[in-house]
Design a protein around this ligand. Structure first.
Ligand SMILES: Cc1cc2nc3c(=O)[nH]c(=O)nc-3n(C[C@H](O)[C@H](O)[C@H](O)COP(=O)(O)OP(=O)(O)OC[C@H]3O[C@@H](n4cnc5c(N)ncnc54)[C@H](O)[C@@H]3O)c2cc1C
Length: 345
């Protein structure tokens, strides 16, 4: 069973089916959105006009996945995982019907959710995030309404790509960021080069300026971005403020999370959950529910059986790995400080 049917989820689903064969493995994939296997990375190119349509960004359609044998259920959200019962609760978003489905192995590929700070006006119409194809379509629609000025909040790579796309559509664009230079993931001296390239394209770059809210005008539409340095007029605002793991389902199911909210996994990206006593009993019965985050290498492969280890067992396995893997593993164990949770299948 796969929850989330974009890049990670459908790669895992297709790979599992390829390796195990349709006569052995049944794969059910749930996706709450309208599209699967799409390139979010291509959205700025679509907005810029380099890509003609959303279809060009879909690597494999729902129909193709179904023809390959995957039971793909679109517009269906998984709202609960019950590890004890090995079931998920799924809700059809267009019909409101909820039902439960059992699983042997579960791939959690729910991706990330965009960061939305709790600032005044942050939900005003005219303000856009960019994560799904539907978001890209919304920005394109907004561009046809002849906006006069766009402000991008956040100078990370998505903000910069969207700023470039809108400048190429002929719109004056300002990027504002509280960091000293754009692309704060780079060293500042590299960020300076990015700033120069952006300014060379005609983008106004304002840095070191925290945004404190959004001004609204007639009809409640966004009319400006309020910063500590004053208000920037804008009738189209794009937020590019980063993402956090979409791990709410995992948390509610009792899976261990790290300090950033990501699911704690072993070296195979598997997690047997925080209720290890339950896991052990189920494992001895040969029925442990195995959960894998996106790189589900073990799924469907009988050589990768579920296992449950304590610290000594984990360290023994790490010693058996090639040298580089062992070092990474050791650091991971130490930094997490909870080695007994490095369990999985
Ligand atoms: C504008 C933009 C540009 C990007 N550019 C690049 C780039 O140049 N290079 C690069 O490497 N990466 C880029 N990325 C990042 C890349 O798109 C992501 O890393 C990738 O999409 C992650 O894939 P995923 O399958 O893990 O998660 P996602 O793509 O986030 O997919 C998760 C899916 O799970 C679904 N889902 C979530 N919860 C549930 C639930 N409870 N029930 C059912 N379905 C659920 C969601 O609807 C979603 O479709 C970009 C992203 C964006 C937005």
């Amino acid at each position: 069973m796969v929850v989330g049917a974009d890049a990670a989820g459908m790669s895992a689903a297709s790979q599992a089916l390829r390796r195990a064969g349709q006569d052995v493995l049944e794969v059910v994939a749930f996706e709450r959105g309208h599209h699967v296997s799409y390139s979010a990375c291509g959205i700025p190119y679509w907005v810029a006009g380099d890509v003609d349509s959303a279809n060009a960004l879909i690597a494999r359609s729902a129909a193709e996945h179904r023809a390959n044998g995957i039971d793909l259920r679109l517009r269906t959200e998984v709202t609960e995982i019950d590890l004890d019962a090995s079931t998920v609760t799924a809700t059809q978003l267009d019909g409101g019907v909820s039902y439960q489905v059992g699983f042997d192995d579960l791939v959690l590929a729910t991706g990330a959710v965009p960061v939305r700070p709790n600032l005044p006006g942050v939900v005003a119409p005219g303000r856009y995030g960019v994560q799904t194809l539907d978001d890209g379509a919304a920005v394109l629609r907004a561009l046809t309404e002849r906006p006069r000025r766009a402000v991008v909040v956040g100078g990370g790579y998505i903000g910069i790509e969207m700023a470039e796309a809108m400048v190429r559509r002929g719109l004056p664009v300002t990027v504002v960021d509280r960091a000293p230079e754009p692309m704060a993931t780079l060293d500042p001296d590299m960020g300076v080069l990015v700033r120069e390239a952006m300014e060379g394209m005609g983008i106004t770059v304002l840095t070191g300026i925290p945004v404190t809210g959004f001004e609204t005008g007639p009809g409640g539409r966004v009319s400006g971005v309020v910063t500590e340095g004053g208000t920037l007029p804008a009738d189209l605002v794009v937020l590019g403020l980063g993402v956090r793991p979409a791990s709410e389902l995992a948390r509610a199911a009792g899976l261990p999370l790290d300090e950033h909210g990501g699911v704690l996994t072993d070296l195979r990206m598997s997690s047997a959950g925080s209720r290890q006593g339950v896991g052990r009993r189920r494992l001895r019965r040969g029925a442990a529910p195995r959960l894998a985050t996106p790189s589900a290498r073990g799924i469907g492969n009988p050589r990768h059986q579920a296992w449950q280890g304590d610290r000594h067992e984990t360290e023994r396995r790490l010693r058996d790995l090639p040298r580089s893997g062992w070092h990474r593993g050791q650091q991971g164990l130490r930094s997490r400080g909870r080695p007994d949770r490095a369990v999985g299948g």
